[in-house]
Write a protein that binds this ligand. Structure first.
Ligand code: ACO
Length: 354
């Protein structure tokens, strides 16, 4: 018996296809490489929502609706920010999203997508003793997030890199967080509850919590010369190298390449070290586990890209949620439209009544 549900089909979806052997990710018919080059966050969201939401397939109308919803959710900040004091950034996002009511699915989908960057940016400023900056409903989602956080109009190259990231991680088959969201959606609990369930699953270091530790790893290694010994020490101690390995991919995660290409023009000071650490890690992992292909996953170059965009490592998981909420919301609508209550079975291995 497998305890990780490997290979079990729990839903049919038109949203994304992951081919782990070929290293391919298709987002509604578009290879991730093409989606990341041609779409922004609102564009991929409109594509994912097509057929499930009145604004699906209408990126300009959706852009307007998300912009207006950013403004509307910002009204909640004065009560939410003090309530989130003392929590980690991802816990604060969880608390703030949970405060949104479950109502009409179409409105909730727009509201929850819009809320994520508003809440993250305001929380960053609140932690520095600064007032939130009002959303600009006419700005792009990624650019407005950077402006709301920093108080400066975003450098277009950084906003574009962030958009590339958000599109790249927008959906990925039935990963743990999407599965969690679909299970809750299958009970008809509502959009907000389902998305919060997704966020709770994303928080863990084996899923969306890895990119911060990737930077910690690069910092701990310090220089390319030190990489082989540091990596050998970690593996000998039985620890996992963050940013490597994947449940589905047996070759390099295609998203890692998309993000590696996107980070190059940003001149990350860490890129050279990262490429050398990646090479050393792959050769050490091949020797450590010759029976199991362990390749670079999306989190490795996520860390480099988000760092180069100027985002602190504590924000990496919340920003992952800012992209993945496009997919979660689409899956919730698809589950509600096409699915049944999810209720798997367990095999009892405890004692029987005496
Ligand atoms: N470093 C060292 N060893 C590893 C790694 C790694 N990064 N990944 C897997 N292994 C080893 C495990 O220790 C395990 O060995 P064991 O059988 O002796 O216990 C074996 O490979 C299989 O590991 P599982 O956890 O069963 O494999 P799974 O397919 O569930 O792993 C996972 C996927 C959780 C991502 C794993 O590779 C991992 O922990 N990687 C590091 C964390 C990380 O980068 N997470 C981000 C994933 S991408 C995403 O979620 C968006």
């Amino acid at each position: 018996m497998t305890t990780g549900l490997d290979g079990i089909i729990a839903a049919e979806t038109v949203l994304s296809h992951v081919d782990g052997a070929a290293g391919e990710l298709i987002l509604r018919g578009l290879p991730v490489e093409r989606a990341a080059q041609t779409l922004d966050f609102e564009g991929i969201t409109a594509l994912l929502w097509q057929g499930f939401h009145p604004l699906g397939g209408r990126p300009d109308a959706l852009r307007d609706a998300i912009g207006r919803a950013r403004v509307a959710v910002a009204a909640h900040l004065p009560t939410l920010l003090p309530a989130a004091a003392g929590l980690s950034d991802v816990e604060a996002l969880r608390l703030m999203l949970s405060s949104l009511p479950d109502g009409a699915a179409a409105d909730d989908a727009v509201r929850v997508v819009a809320a994520v960057p508003v809440f993250i940016a305001a929380r960053v400023r609140h932690a520095q003793g600064l007032e939130p900056i009002a959303p600009d409903p006419t700005a792009g989602h990624a650019a407005d997030f950077l402006r709301m956080m920093t108080g400066r109009v975003a450098d277009p190259a950084l906003a574009r890199a962030l958009d590339t990231y958000l599109v790249t991680v927008s959906d990925h088959g039935l990963n743990a967080s999407t599965f969690a969201a679909r299970i809750v959606a299958s009970t008809r609990a509502g959009m907000v509850s389902s998305v919060v369930a997704g966020l709770c699953a994303l928080k863990g270091p084996l899923h969306g919590g890895a990119p911060g530790p990737v930077l910690d790893m690069l910092d701990a290694i310090g220089s390319a010369d030190a990489a082989p010994a540091w990596i050998a020490g970690e593996l000998a101690a039985g620890r996992r190298l963050m940013g490597f390995g994947h449940r589905i991919y047996r070759v390099r995660d295609p998203r890692a390449e998309v993000l590696k290409v996107a980070v190059r023009p940003l001149r990350s000071p860490r890129i050279e070290l990262a490429e050398q650490v990646e090479r050393a890690a792959l050769s050490a992992l091949a020797a450590h586990r010759p029976d199991r292909p362990l390749e670079t996953n999306v989190e490795f170059y996520t860390a480099l890209l988000l760092d180069a965009v100027g985002l602190h490592r504590d924000l990496f998981t919340p920003i992952f949620a800012m992209g993945r909420v496009a997919g979660w919301s689409a899956h919730v609508m698809e589950q509600e439209a096409t699915g049944r209550l999810m209720r798997p079975a367990s095999r009892y291995v405890g004692p029987m009544a005496a």
